[in-house]
Design a protein around this ligand. Structure first.
Ligand code: AMP
Ligand code: MG
Length: 409
């Protein structure tokens, strides 16, 4: 990756809007370099390097979309039309010419007989001996699929930067590609920080709590085009934090930490980044979401997320996700949002965006408790309800934006 300059995130203000943070990331983060050719299934979840250009049209030939009868539309009369049946074509058969003034039996996927341009579904046709009675009113070209109607020959089927999910893998296969040129995965290192943290599986000492953020964040990263290194827990010690960030920054494209980014004397991530170069101390205008830090260490971006588990998730969505997608060379993928009527009343501070946890039914019902540390507010809800900066009061029935967890986690 092109090394970032220390001051590339320089920002004057104290309170940064979610939009300004996203714009800063989009403008200042160059994609990593390096591509590899992968078999289709290995390309799943990766980013397409170049545009995928159709070497053949899709569908490759003019074919019937239904089981029915192919004929020339010009033969259809005002009333019912009687055409003798001539021949039969199934999927995989070679096309044949249609004798003028006849109809041909065709099955779904069969090539259209030469001279035919329309298909009558078998349910709509009446067979009379070896002839067919066709009702009037069918449009020319009905029930058949022209060559290239999905993707014409030479068209760009997928643009560069496409994140390859099931439909894109299917489209590439339909166009005959067995391999795809993909960008290499973004190498992401994930740390937790805090003397109070213990790894799951180990006994819990006094005043200790299990580290959950590292696993939540790695699980969220699993949906992105990354190779994740689990870098464990950093103690709240200046020198250890500094040494770990120094080493890890040389082996990764981005580092993500949680905790230790506030202004307390045990918040060493912030101080460590500062000691290397520059740090932007972002007070992101979201709730939940305490200050987050973004800095550059040895040319590698380091993102310090808040320690509180729900705040870490919200800041991951607004900072880590766009940062990783940008490094990956992926096209912008805004989080899906839907409008749903609120089923509750809520008061809120102006000037920051708020994320409530809600259950979705006929309306959005608020999860009873809202603490930034409550992981069950995520496991027992269906979506974030996003309340915009300018809102101060929410009444039942007001349409609100929701971000379904199914699209996030
Ligand atoms: P900090 O930002 O380091 O002051 O952390 C804020 C709160 O989040 C504290 O209660 C921490 O114990 C908690 N916390 C920090 N990191 C984690 C983590 N990895 N897993 C669970 N809780 C955490
Ligand atoms: Mg801490």
């Amino acid at each position: 990756m092109a090394q970032l300059s220390d001051d590339c995130f320089a920002f004057g203000g104290q309170l940064l809007s979610v939009e300004a943070a996203a714009a800063m990331i989009a403008e200042r983060i160059p994609p990593i370099e390096g591509t590899e050719t992968l078999p289709l299934m290995a390309a799943l979840g990766r980013v397409l390097a170049g545009g995928l250009v159709a070497r053949s049209p899709l569908p490759p030939f003019f074919n019937s979309a239904v089981d029915g009868y192919a004929f020339a539309h010009a033969n259809l009369g005002e009333g019912s039309t009687r055409l003798p049946l001539a021949g039969r074509l199934a999927a995989g058969d070679a096309a044949q010419p249609l004798p003028p003034g006849t109809a041909m039996r065709v099955l779904t996927g069969a090539p259209m007989p030469e001279g035919a341009d329309t298909v009558m579904m078998q349910e709509d046709a009446v067979l009379e001996g070896d002839a067919l009675l066709l009702p009037p009113g069918l449009k020319r070209g009905a029930n058949c699929r022209p060559a290239g109607e999905d993707v014409p020959l030479g068209a760009e089927a997928l643009p560069p930067g496409t994140l390859l999910t099931a439909p894109e893998i299917g489209l590439a296969a339909a166009l005959g590609f067995a391999t795809l040129e993909c960008r290499r995965p973004v190498r992401v290192g994930v740390f937790s920080t805090g003397n109070e943290l213990a790894s799951p599986g180990l006994p819990l000492g006094p005043a200790q709590t299990y580290d959950s953020n590292r696993f939540t964040l790695m699980a969220m990263l699993a949906r992105l085009p990354v190779a994740v290194s689990d870098l464990g827990i950093l103690p709240d010690r200046a020198e250890a934090t500094r040494a770990a960030l120094d080493r890890a920054s040389r082996e990764h494209d981005v580092l993500i930490t949680s905790g230790g980014v506030s202004a307390g004397e045990e918040d060493h991530v912030r101080a460590a980044i500062e000691s290397f170069g520059s740090l932007v101390f972002w007070r992101l205008a979201v709730k939940p979401g305490r200050p987050a830090a973004l800095g550059v260490v040895n040319g590698t971006p380091v993102l310090g997320l808040p320690g509180n588990p729900v705040a870490a998730v919200v800041c991951f969505l607004h900072l880590a996700r766009p940062l990783v997608l940008r490094l990956a060379g992926a096209l912008d993928r805004p989080l899906p949002r839907f409008l749903v009527p609120a089923g509750f009343t809520h008061k809120k501070k102006q000037g920051r965006r708020e994320y409530l946890r809600v259950r979705l039914g006929a309306d959005a019902q608020r999860f009873e408790r809202e603490g930034a540390g409550l992981l069950t507010s995520l496991t027992r809800s269906d979506a974030f309800c996003e309340l915009p900066e300018e809102m101060t009061r929410l009444e039942p029935g007001t349409l609100v934006q929701v971000l379904p967890f199914a699209a996030i986690f």
